[in-house]
Design a protein around this ligand. Sequence first.
Ligand SMILES: NC(=O)c1ccc[n+]([C@@H]2O[C@H](COP(=O)([O-])OP(=O)(O)OC[C@H]3O[C@@H](n4cnc5c(N)ncnc54)[C@H](O)[C@@H]3O)[C@@H](O)[C@H]2O)c1
Length: 261
Amino acid sequence: MSTRLNGKVAIVTGAGAGIGAAAARRFATEGATVVCADVAAGHAEETATSIRDAGGQGRAVGVDVADSGQVRSLAEQTVAQYGRIDVLYANAGVGGVGTAVDTDEAEWNRVIGINLTGLWLTCKYVLPHMVAAGSGSIVNQASIGGMRGVPAVAAYAAAKAGVIGLTRQMALDYGPSGVRVNAIAPGTVPTQLVQGIWAAGAGLVSADNLDERIERAAAMYPLRRVGTPEDIANLALFLASDEAGWVTGAVYVIDGGKTAV
Ligand SMILES: NC(=O)c1ccc[n+]([C@@H]2O[C@H](COP(=O)([O-])OP(=O)(O)OC[C@H]3O[C@@H](n4cnc5c(N)ncnc54)[C@H](O)[C@@H]3O)[C@@H](O)[C@H]2O)c1
């Protein structure tokens, strides 16, 4: 077991699947006690169980990040049980398909409510504990879709652009208190979220089956592959750790070179 997060307490939202599950396991392997939060409580429990089975410290909590009461209680319960929160990986998110015209208000509010408002709420209730401790690292999940155009994902792109703005803003407000706030902007990782976007006919690739879609997506990347949840977890680990001690307000693109094109 490596020790890059030894003794730290980390909350990972959206830890029940995809990138969040990979990050929760990676953080635990590096010595963190990980609170695995997800609206799908059973999936969060699966991640926490896999952490404990591997000899790490993991606990599951069912939390909808769009519900301020649940998020507040996640922060308070974590501090009550473990004494502090050193790391927050605000990763929970959903896909959303539609242009500006054909997105209806309910879908707009759902996607913004989870991907942007939910992330803000999580930061809002975790930050006071980090400020009181005089240290902490927040890693916010953005997307390259928040930095450049992606067809037919209006609410999603707006939410992720909002995450980038909020990240920079919080970095300024809480840097003097010793809290670092950074964002990760991944390219395509073919998780359930992305498969849902593809199935709805949006995104930059179309093909009949999943393997073909992944292959066509990979061809658009200079490294000629799509990302894995573990690729993103490795970057989140760096930003969460003390190795990134002079990094704040930054937006890290991790996309196999796609935005360099
Ligand atoms: N996969 C990609 O290509 C990609 C690219 C850029 C950014 N992202 C972002 O990465 C994050 C993780 O996505 P993923 O690809 O691993 O997706 P995923 O669908 O595999 O996992 C998302 C997890 O978030 C949970 N979740 C959804 N709504 C929630 C809520 N209201 N409260 C708490 N948990 C909730 C889900 O239950 C699920 O376990 C998202 O924010 C997504 O926008 C993904």
